[in-house]
Structures are given as structure tokens and as C-alpha cells.
Design a protein around this ligand. Sequence first.
Ligand code: SF4
Ligand code: SF4
Length: 437
Amino acid sequence: MKTEFSPTQLADPDIAEADKILRKCVHCGFCTATCPTYVLLGDELDSPRGRIYLIKEMLEKDQKPTQEVVKHIDRCLSCLSCMTTCPSGVNYMHLVDQARVKIEKEYVRPLPERLLRDVLAFVLPRPALFRLSMTMARLARPLAALLPSTRKQANPNLLSRVKAMLTMAPRALPPAGPAGGSVFPAIGPRRARVALLQGCAQQVLAPRINDAAIRLLTRHGVEVVLVRDEQCCGALTHHLGRDGDALARAKANIGVWLGEADRGGLDAILVTASGCGTVIKDYGYMLREDPEFAAPAVKVSALAKDISEYVSSLDLPKPVSQSNLVVAYHSACSLQHGQKITQAPKELLSKNGFVVKDIPESHLCCGSAGTYNLLQPDIASRLRDRKVANIASIKPDVIAAGNIGCMVQIAGGTDVPVVHTIELLDWATGGPRPGLN
Ligand code: SF4
Ligand code: SF4
């Protein structure tokens, strides 16, 4: 794609980066066929190619984001399916991230929406506050029936978003998991020492996921550390375009993780929520212009591993139980498109006694996408229904996924139990049976 940035514009490293990305796009449109919003809405401006044009115009002419541009960028899930499809290697992720930052800085959203985004950006990364908000949402859940339906509102309003939030509130919350600073020694000779990201929403909604990871890792000779003073990885605010908050969190985490590595050694930083893993693996890029943090960020990104990626490298012994349960493996977008990890989780499950089935249209997002299901409830619920119907077509006993957001989203539309891949692997290798009804 031909671009026309001026030399003055190109002196800005972000614009120079956008220019590089835009020039790779050859308008072929292959990406449109695999873009969930284009598949649902059929509007070119809700396709990756359409959004790339909108972003190009906005950046090239140095225009303030218009309502139209914001609408179509907001509808993007950042699922990155387009990046998997694109034959030219267009880094849509870095382009749309830049557009979101510009929108956040220069576009004035209506007051209720601004307030809602402020609340999400403040509450979600703070587990104590998130727990409190979930308790309140659970009590207010009956009110959801009184609010207008989220369906058929491609331009959602505050009430439909509140309804989506109340509907998604869990009926009960499990007790909190172990605190930061905890160390879980390896059982038997120690072969490695890793940090395990505690996560924010996940540690409130499903601490059982990291419990399973800790059991499996320690049983196989890996010491696990929950690093003290670790924060939210920044993914939630990063996707809201709030790069100041996201970068501050990234820097704080880099400091505590590398501090832990200096003190006790770290072979990896493991992540059980693939949405977080994708962002941590991108810290090196996000902080590339920061003289103090650029190099440490690259180091941290290199240490970051998805749990399935790491467990694959452990070469697990034969499973202690062979369940033969049929598992529908849901490949989270952040894992398959963001981190390009597609086979490892399925191979691990197969080797450990499960019958793994691919879900039709597995490249399409389930609609979770960070805060997307709260901000765009209509599109999100249509994608969830499509995903659940595809899952039902293969008649599984259980659904496995590697990302808490997907697990909550899918569980909202099906009675089939939804668990994290690591819970099944833990069970097969000697851990307790996860809640499968
Ligand atoms: S990230 Fe997903 S929703 Fe956004 S343009 Fe790409 S394929 Fe479409
Ligand atoms: S597939 Fe890649 S090159 Fe083709 S239009 Fe989409 S982003 Fe551009």
C-alpha cells in the first residue's frame, strides 16, 4: 500500500512503524474471510482491510478520530485472525494498538461510555476490587432481567453493557488462592525454577487453574514462585488504548521479575491466561523506545512462555490415568493467532489419554476478547452462540481452553463443562479430577 507520510511525520517512531506496517498491505483482502466481525456484519469497514484504510487515513492526514472510525475500531476484537491469514505479514496488532491509543487520547466519548471505561480500567486489574465488584454484581444479577436485551444492538448503550456485566457475574466465587511471595518447591530433584503469573481476573474467578499448574509443575521437578508485588500484565488497559497505564504495569513487572531472577534464578515466566501471555511476549516491542526498559523488556518477553508451551518441553512421563473423555479443544485467539501455539495443547491432551477433537471454524473468536464482551455485547454474544453451536456439533464430554476469558464466555452458553487445558493435564498426571459435573 502506498503511503504519503511527510518526513516530519516519519520522524515520529510510532508513525515510522505504522508506515512500515501499512506498506506491507497489498489490499488482497484474504483477511476479510477470516475476520469475525466481517463474517457477521458483512461491512468492509468492519474487516481488517477496511480498518487498515481507516487507520491509514487518520494517521496520514493527522486527523482526530471521527465517530465512524471509532465505531469500526471499537468493533475489532483484536483476535488477530487476520494476522494468521495475511500472506504479506502485515502486523495488524501493532497498527490497531496505535490507533486505539490515538483514539483514547484524542476522541471524546460520550460521558457514560467514558465512565464505564474508566471503571473497567480501574477495577479489572485490581483483584481485590474485582472480587468486590463481582460480589456486588452477583447480588444485582436479578436486575439484569429488567434491562433491555443486548441482542440486535450493534451500537450498544450503557444499559445493554450493564446487562452484559450482570449476566456474566458468577453465582459464587471460590476462596482466594495463594498470595504473592509464595514459593512451591519441586518434589524430588529440582530441574527448573519458574515464575507463574498470578493474573488478575483469573485469580478471582478460577484460582484452581494456577493450583493445577503448580501441582503439575512441582510434581515434575519444577519450583514455582509467585513473585511478590507482581501486577496485572497490562493487557486489559492496553486493549483499551490506555498505554500509560499498560506501560507502567509492564515496567513494574519487569522490575519484580528480573529482581526475582537475580535473586533465585528464573528459567521462565509462565502464563496460564494466553491473553496475558501475548502481551507479555510483546513487552519488548511495547517498550522498544524506552532507553531504560527496552533491553530488560526483551529479556522478559524471551522468558515468557505459555503453560502448554513449557509443559511440552518437560517431556512428561506416561499418564497415570487414561480417561478417554472427548475434549473439544478451543484454541484461544491469543494462543493460536497471537502466539502461534496451535499443536502443543492438543498433543499434550492426546498423549495424556484424552480424545481431542477440533471445533469447526476454530479460527473464529468466541467473542470474549478482554473487555469486548462487556463493551460490545451484541457481537460478542452472536460469536459465542456460533462457537457453542460449533462445539455442540462434535458432542464433547468437556471443553478445554487456555484462557480464562474464553472459558467464562463459552461457559455462559453451554452446559458442557469448561476447564483449562492444564487442569486436564494435572488430572491425567496424578492430580485431582477437575469439576466435570
Ligand atoms: S483482529 Fe480480528 S476482528 Fe480485528 S480486524 Fe483482525 S480479524 Fe477482524
Ligand atoms: S490479507 Fe494482509 S495484505 Fe491482504 S488486505 Fe489483509 S492485511 Fe492487507
